[in-house]
Design a protein around this ligand. Sequence first.
Ligand SMILES: Nc1ncnc2c1ncn2[C@@H]1O[C@H](COP(=O)(O)OP(=O)(O)OP(=O)(O)O)[C@@H](O)[C@H]1O
Ligand SMILES: O=P(O)(O)OC[C@H]1O[C@H](OP(=O)(O)OP(=O)(O)O)[C@H](O)[C@@H]1O
Length: 229
Amino acid sequence: MTAQMRRKTGNSTDPIILALPKGRILPEVMPLLTRAGIRVEPDFDNDRSRKLRFQTNIAGLTVVRVRSFDVATFVAFGAAHLGVAGSDVLMEFDYPELYAPIDLGVGRCRIAVAEPKELVANDDPSRWSHVRVATKYPETARRYFATRGVQAECIALSGAMELAPQLGLCTRIVDLVQTGATLKANGLAEIETIAEVSARLVVNRTALKLHPEAIGELVSRIQEAVDAA
Ligand SMILES: Nc1ncnc2c1ncn2[C@@H]1O[C@H](COP(=O)(O)OP(=O)(O)OP(=O)(O)O)[C@@H](O)[C@H]1O
Ligand SMILES: O=P(O)(O)OC[C@H]1O[C@H](OP(=O)(O)OP(=O)(O)O)[C@H](O)[C@@H]1O
């Protein structure tokens, strides 16, 4: 662990910081937090507010709102003690500093390989030796294809991956699929599932050792809220 990673977790007088992802997971996570007895100050739900850091009803617990991909980084480096992140994000970064004790059961989708639907009938993935994919998940894609002996050339995009095959950037994509509507609307078909995805509670391992009671209580409350859902 680097000195940077020790930064926040080392001071027991700091508030406990919970990092929450803005975007589509948030509306599904808020009811869980409410059930866990955690209420965040009203500005948190106000999209026009430029605030990023919020007080809660629990003394010593502060919430920060960050991009979904950044939750894992804030928690891994100890800038936040715990957070909520999709398992897609955790898989991509694969930070050893993170412990993911709870599957929150929300934000369910899958990470999949897709290609133009016209290709599917004559394609045989077992014969691939090299693929070129556009993806927001280059590490996950590389690891997945490597286990099958396939070399993956990954073109990193942050969104609108479904456009890449139409525009000749690549033939295939690796992206999240839930209903399949986005693939269908763009003439693509899912050919392989890499992993099922859901949102997880993540905890910095060092923070848990330094604040076992405070963090342990939050984890228990959230587990109870998930069990009651
Ligand atoms: N279609 C989907 N169905 C269910 N969960 C999804 C879906 N798309 C994304 N997710 C989950 O929600 C998380 C955040 O997705 P969201 O689309 O809100 O943000 P993003 O586009 O990754 O972030 P940003 O807007 O910061 O670039 C993903 O990491 C994944 O875990
Ligand atoms: O199978 P579906 O139900 O259509 O969902 C899949 C879509 O959802 C996600 O995109 P999102 O809506 O988050 O937009 P983004 O690409 O801008 O992140 C994902 O990247 C797909 O494009």
